[in-house]
Design a protein around this ligand. Structure first.
Ligand code: MV4
Length: 499
């Protein structure tokens, strides 16, 4: 096992990885930019080294400098967290060339999955169902021919893209030429690679992803699914595990597909296969994330498996020590991502000092955070400051209340009848939450009043649900008379990220 690991990240995930290291008896090394001198991850580490000026391009993304720090500090491995260098195959190669273990899959595996066309080819070969479409980079003419052949609606996607960037929906062939041109130029400027491919558009899809774990000895397992359909502009807002309405049979088939995907590429570490699931319950591979994800914690809550410790162990060459047959999940977990953004002002960033920080706590509640009372939130990095992760016996028991700041938005989501019923797809926010589209036009007074009335009704409905829990219990077990979530949830407050 490693004696010392460098964590090439900041915020809640750096703290999360350091906690795993500590539990494994490993010393931790932090790196920090000039604005992060007093950040939580620096306080949490055994040692810390500056890595450059505030912009990530000049600090957290400078692979060569990070490796030099690891060498100087005597770290045998680097954990990249998520974002920054986490899915950079060249950085993994650089680590390997310098004799440092990159905690994650090999560089060539990351590059193969990072290129969506190569990923689709690989998955098709492995027998994993992909979204119907092309598995080649196409010229404008070839795209036009394919669309003329199968007919709209289609999605034009960038091979170098992912996560919704450089993506265009075409519902009418008349829009095709313009969509291709825009997709190409966006891909060229965002990724320096304008190759495109086409997929059939999947209507009202749900985003279901499977967590996998694999070791260097050929063992691979899946840890069931997460549902991440509640997104705003391709940013996840709320995630759940298990997914809603996923039958044991579908779960098994998706899990087997994800394990086959991992084995096809010789994957080592923690990874996630993203699928779209359509209204008929057909599933299609979308992309593979070759890192630990923000939402890994909800899977940890329902399975009891520590994903971060496992990825460190397998990077050190240890066998997985988990067999698929012995894995099971219990209860239901939901994560709310707390962003330093004002949902009532079109989600503008809200940097400043955290004046009051009172996280929820208690049985079944986990808060992973990168801040503390008195910490400063800057505009330089991702605005996610904390994750509220909760566990309950079933989904009907679950009410999150009293998150006073960053997210009245979460309350609007979790109190919505469609959310409570678990019958939503990726269009939920746009369809059901006024202003959720990030509409730049201010709401009319009438619309605001209508929404106030809607909230009141939702609040009353929620109150009635609490009163008549048995009648409203949505999960299999039937609820208790009093929900613990109400009590603990109300304690969750994070007030005043003031400019
Ligand atoms: C799609 C799709 C429908 N059909 N592809 C968005 C992010 C990127 N990972 C893929 N995305 C989508 N690809 C086809 N062929 C719908 C989406 C999509 C979406 C997917 C998951 C979660 C939220 C979403 C919101 C809008 C669109």
């Amino acid at each position: 096992m490693f004696e010392k690991v460098l964590i090439a990240n900041r915020g809640e995930i750096a703290v999360r990885v350091m906690r795993a290291c500590r539990e494994l008896g490993i010393k931790t090394v932090a790196v920090y930019s000039d604005v992060d001198r007093d950040a939580l991850h620096v306080r949490f580490a055994d040692e810390a080294y500056p890595c450059g000026p505030p912009p990530a391009r000049e600090s957290y993304l400078v692979g060569e400098r990070i490796v030099e720090i690891a060498e100087k500090a005597g770290a045998q491995a680097i954990h990249p967290g998520y974002g920054f260098l986490a899915e950079n195959g060249d950085f993994a190669d650089l680590c390997a060339a310098r004799g440092i273990t990159f905690i994650g899959p090999r560089g060539d595996v990351m590059r193969a999955m990072g290129d969506k066309v190569t990923a689709r080819q690989t998955m098709e070969k492995a027998g994993v169902p992909i979204v119907p479409g092309t598995t080649e980079r196409l010229s404008d003419q070839a795209i036009a021919r394919w669309v003329a052949d199968v007919g709209p609606p289609v999605m034009i996607k960038a091979a170098a893209g992912g996560g919704g960037k450089g993506m265009r929906l075409v519902r009418d062939e008349k829009e095709l030429a313009g969509a291709i041109a825009r997709a190409r130029s966006e891909a060229r400027s965002s990724f320096g690679d304008d190759s495109l491919y086409v997929e059939k558009f999947v209507e009202q899809p749900r985003h279901i992803e499977i967590q996998i774990l694999a070791d260097a000895h050929g063992n691979a397992v899946h840890l069931f699914e997460r549902e991440c359909s509640i997104q705003r502009r391709h940013q996840k807002v709320i995630e759940e595990a298990p997914g809603n309405g996923i039958s044991p049979k579908l779960r098994e088939r998706m899990g087997e597909a994800a394990v086959a995907a991992a084995q096809a590429v010789g994957y080592v570490g923690a990874g996630t296969c993203e699928f779209l699931v359509d209204a008929r319950g057909h599933f299609y591979f979308l992309e593979m994330n070759t890192r630990v994800q923000v939402e890994h914690a909800i899977t940890e809550m329902i399975t009891g498996v520590d994903i971060v410790k496992t990825m460190i162990r397998v990077a050190a060459g240890e066998p997985l020590g988990l067999r698929q047959e012995e894995l099971e999940f219990r209860g239901h977990s939901i994560e709310a991502r707390i962003y330093a953004e004002d949902p009532d002002q079109n989600f503008v960033p809200s940097p400043g000092q955290v004046l009051v920080y009172r996280p929820a706590s208690g049985p079944g509640i986990r808060v992973d955070t990168g801040v503390y009372q008195g910490a400063r939130v800057t505009v330089f990095y991702d605005p996610m400051v904390a994750k509220l992760v909760v566990w309950g016996r079933d989904r009907g028991e679950f009410v999150v209340k009293g998150i006073k700041t960053s997210i009245p938005f979460h309350q609007r989501v979790v109190e919505h009848p469609v959310f409570l019923a678990g019958r939503y797809d990726t269009g939920f926010i746009a369809e059901h939450l006024a202003g959720g589209r990030g509409d730049p036009r201010p709401m009319s007074d009438d619309a605001r009043e209508a929404r106030r009335v809607a909230f009141l009704m939702a609040a009353i409905a929620a109150y009635r649900r609490d009163k008549q829990r048995a009648a409203f219990s949505l999960g299999p077990a039937g609820g208790r008379a009093e929900s613990p979530w109400k009590v603990f949830g109300r304690r969750a407050q994070m007030r005043g990220v003031w400019p």
